[in-house]
Design a protein around this ligand. Structure first.
Ligand SMILES: Cc1cc2nc3c(=O)[nH]c(=O)nc-3n(C[C@H](O)[C@H](O)[C@H](O)COP(=O)(O)OP(=O)(O)OC[C@H]3O[C@@H](n4cnc5c(N)ncnc54)[C@H](O)[C@@H]3O)c2cc1C
Length: 493
């Protein structure tokens, strides 16, 4: 098998300057079902793409690489591993920069302290072993489309030592599913002082800051300063709104753990700031109205038509010059594709998403697909395309399984159609509101309360079912609702 030595000197790989790899990179490890499987070694010239029937072509299987193991990518590799991988009809590899997966819609609950990260994390190497795919740790840094190779970065441990080296892998089909990042629109101070909620680490960091702020305020000799225990949440989409409601409860629970000098009604203030005329601007107006009423009944301040022009260490400045004191600021006002997508030599839109055809194939390369938040996928009647949402990621992953099977059979690809089943906003233990698409009656239905909460929970159950099977997902759902551990109801450390 040919190795990395074939890559030419100081090669430019899709706009990213790659290191001189004429000196061979460290050899790829021996087979192990995870980090050791030499799937996708670098080859000198692209070989014919193996198909399903007729077995292996040139003695090898079709190499499928999926980059990014989130809501879309992890469901995809799991389904592919359970079918093509198990039947030895293709080699499936996941490339992921993190060690563990967490479903992103849980992040606001982790930030508020209502959920423990460890109870919802899934280890990629374990999932790979259970579902017949290989996991490679590292971040995608470049693509050589001519050779059908991807380049991934080294991984480094907490002491700064290299764990896995930079490597290259060969693909026949590449699916990019790297998600999105927070878009702060270049607002001054946002990157420095506002906490985004796009990774479990950021959610945990915010939670720690919030608990520490309460401990500090309780221990200080002087009274609580204006803004010291205020939380400004910028962006009243579903994430910001859900965080506001959940924080209202968890801050009160944190204070109840012996912080006797604090009075949440007097000292703690949550402010939800939205540039649009109403909160939840992308959702039906009835949901905005019901949600705003509930938030205001909890004494959460809602500021609409309020555009943030600067974030400072002690608060937020609005475009009209008003200053809102707040030492804790969360940014949840919009997403964009990760910056590196611009450098892959593929077509991107103005927010760095990879432009795909209705088949999910990228516009400039027939062997590269994109799914989930990082894909700009057209949708008839909606100029903004398929929305960056968990249900879109789930549907795209299922469609991609079928596309890959069609590709292996040499059959034509089919267009993806997004079906919007509605939207749900969980307001913690206070309520859940939503609209469900009633396809049979041709209009959406407003739902609220217990039924809405059950439907909301079923979204996560669907993701778990895709990763672990229906029986296991049901069992986990029951256990998590029945078993109560002897621990605080909120995270305190
Ligand atoms: C706080 C929060 C709450 C949300 N709540 C809801 C909700 O209630 N309902 C809803 O429908 N949607 C919600 N969303 C949106 C939803 O989570 C996303 O639409 C969905 O996760 C997108 O899936 P994805 O697979 O495209 O990306 P992700 O789930 O983000 O996964 C991307 C993966 O790619 C990996 N990755 C990134 N860069 C690289 C790289 N260079 N190399 C290798 N791997 C890489 C990441 O580590 C990650 O594992 C929420 C999002 C957030 C942040």
């Amino acid at each position: 098998m040919l190795r990395n030595a074939h890559v030419t000197k100081d090669k430019k790989v899709s706009g990213v300057k790659m290191p001189d790899t004429t000196t061979p990179l460290p050899p790829l490890e021996a087979r192990a079902g995870d980090e050791g499987d030499p799937a996708g070694d670098v080859i000198a010239t692209p070989r014919p793409i193996p198909m399903r029937h007729g077995g292996k072509s040139e003695g090898r299987l079709h190499d499928i690489i999926v980059v990014g193991g989130g809501a879309a990518g992890l469901e995809l590799v799991t389904k592919l591993g359970d079918t093509l991988g198990r039947r030895a009809q293709a080699r499936i590899t996941l490339v992921e920069k993190s060690r563990t997966h967490i479903w992103k819609p849980l992040l606001h609950s982790i930030a508020a302290g209502g959920l423990r990260r460890s109870q919802h994390e899934l280890n990629y190497l374990a999932q790979a072993r259970w579902h017949n795919f290989t996991c490679r740790l590292g971040a995608l840094t470049g693509i050589d489309r001519e050779r059908r190779e991807i380049r991934i970065s080294a991984t480094i441990d907490d002491e700064g030592r290299e764990v896995t080296p930079p490597r290259s892998f060969h693909y026949d089909t590449l699916v990019i599913a790297v998600g999105s990042v927070t878009n702060d629109f270049g607002t001054p101070g946002a990157a420095q002082y506002a906490v985004p909620l796009e990774t479990p680490e950021q959610a945990s960091r915010f939670n720690k800051r919030m608990v520490n702020a309460c401990l500090r305020a309780n221990a200080q000799p002087e009274p609580v300063r204006p803004g010291q225990l205020h939380v400004a949440i910028i962006g009243a989409g579903a994430t910001g709104t859900e965080l506001a409601a959940e924080l209202h409860r968890t801050v009160r629970e944190v204070v109840a753990y012996g912080m006797t000098r604090l009075d949440p009604e007097r000292d703690v203030q949550i402010i939800l700031i939205e540039a649009a005329p109403r909160i939840l601007p992308a959702l039906p107006e009835r949901m905005s109205v019901a949600t705003q009423e509930l938030l205001e009944s909890l004494n959460i301040k809602v500021r609409t038509n309020a555009r943030v022009s600067e974030v400072r260490a002690d608060g937020v400045v609005l475009a009209d010059g008003e200053f809102i004191p707040s030492e804790l600021v969360v940014w949840s006002a919009g997403v964009k594709g990760p910056e590196f997508l611009r450098d892959l030599g593929l077509e991107v839109n103005r927010i760095n998403q990879l432009v795909v055809e209705p088949t999910l194939k990228t516009t400039w390369d027939e062997n590269i697909f994109a799914i989930g938040d990082c894909a700009a996928c057209p949708r008839e009647g909606f100029p903004q395309g398929v929305p960056p949402r968990a249900q879109a990621a789930h549907q795209m992953a299922s469609h991609m399984v079928e596309q890959i099977n069609r590709r292996l059979d040499g059959a034509p690809l089919k267009p993806f159609t997004y079906r919007d089943f509605g939207s749900l906003v969980s307001l913690g233990r206070y309520s859940t509101v939503g609209n469900l698409m009633g396809f049979a009656i041709g209009r959406s239905l407003f739902i609220e309360g217990y039924f809405a909460r059950m439907v909301y929970r079923s979204l996560y159950a669907m993701h778990q079912a895709a990763l672990h099977g229906h029986g296991s997902a049901l069992w986990q759902f029951l256990i998590s609702n029945i078993a109560r551990r002897p621990e605080p109801g909120v995270k305190l450390h």
